[in-house]
Design a protein around this ligand. Sequence first.
Ligand code: PLP
Length: 380
Amino acid sequence: MKINPQFLKISKKYLFSEIEKRAAELLEKKPNADVVNLGIGDVALPLTPLVQKALAEGVEEMRKKPIGYGPGSGYSFLKQKILDVEYQKYGFGLKEIFITDGINPGICYISDLFDRDSRVGIQDPTYPLYHDLAVLLGMEKITRLPCLEKNNFIPKPPTVPLDLIYLCSPNNPTGTAMTRKDLKEWVDYAKQHKAILIFDAAYDAFIRSKDVPSSIYEIEGAKEVAIEFRSFSKTAGFTGLRLGYLILPKETGLLEYFHLRQDIKTNGVSYPVQRAGLAALSKEGRTEAMEQVNHYLRSAKEIKSLLEKRGFTCYGGVDSPYIWWKITDRDSWSFFDHLLNKFHIISIPGKGFGECGEGFVRLSCFINQETTQKALERLK
Ligand code: PLP
């Protein structure tokens, strides 16, 4: 047996295991430490009542009659609802929607379509998946797209041509979102270079700024070059259920290949989870989900304004549950250690999201009310 050598190129010191290790060391020294976790971006509230009910009903249906393999690209009832709620206005049809078990897998699925020789653009800092995935797939021509304070953390199209660009907006970890103008520059660039934009919109439900579009298809010409990814994870608390979708416009010329890829490699997403997704998209379901999103945004606002009152510079926390906290007196891992050991707060060092993340830590506001209060007390 020979292991795929690409695995050996991924850093062994995986960000989250290193954070867990350091938190475990603290608990060994101080077993009673009440650690406040503002690190991992996972939901902190239970499933909403409508989602719980629909999930249970889906299971009940399966108890009464056999419901076997569903369509690989998802049930029409869910795809139709997605169209009705968001995408019909852009003129999409059912064939252009694919239900997935989340954005992470969705991005991995689509990336199968592209040549290993592709020139890939990846934001820095950003969600680590895109880089690690490109390396695993053997795509080695990677151009970093710096997201720096002086550019409001928005990546600019480079002067060199790229084939495949992974864009995340609102971006994890900076919490900043691309405006219509920013996205138009990328759509124009992609059209000019016949490139594809992989647009990760995991946090679309958190967008509050008027000049930030909730879908890239608001930008003229985007259908020719952009594939959009959405998830129920952060919008409706589905991180543990697993449900997302992607929009693959026929204008990209990729539909036939992706249908083939899905036919070969997937058997779809479970029926009760798709039923739960349908409930989350109903009018009442969206109201319930939005209450949760607003709760996280309130926590972000309170924490950010406290830090600003104490004289710190922070970004994000407006169109996103993440606060990007600027550090001036030490590096991001040292500041992580300081917050952990002195205040028992877990953050994420900015460097874990890319070299350009140095100088910042990320605070996640996926926290309940009790944790928000504890965090505020300690940060004060
Ligand atoms: N994309 C971004 C930018 C994320 O931050 C996350 C999770 O933190 C994901 C995707 C994962 O989404 P999913 O749970 O739908 O796989």
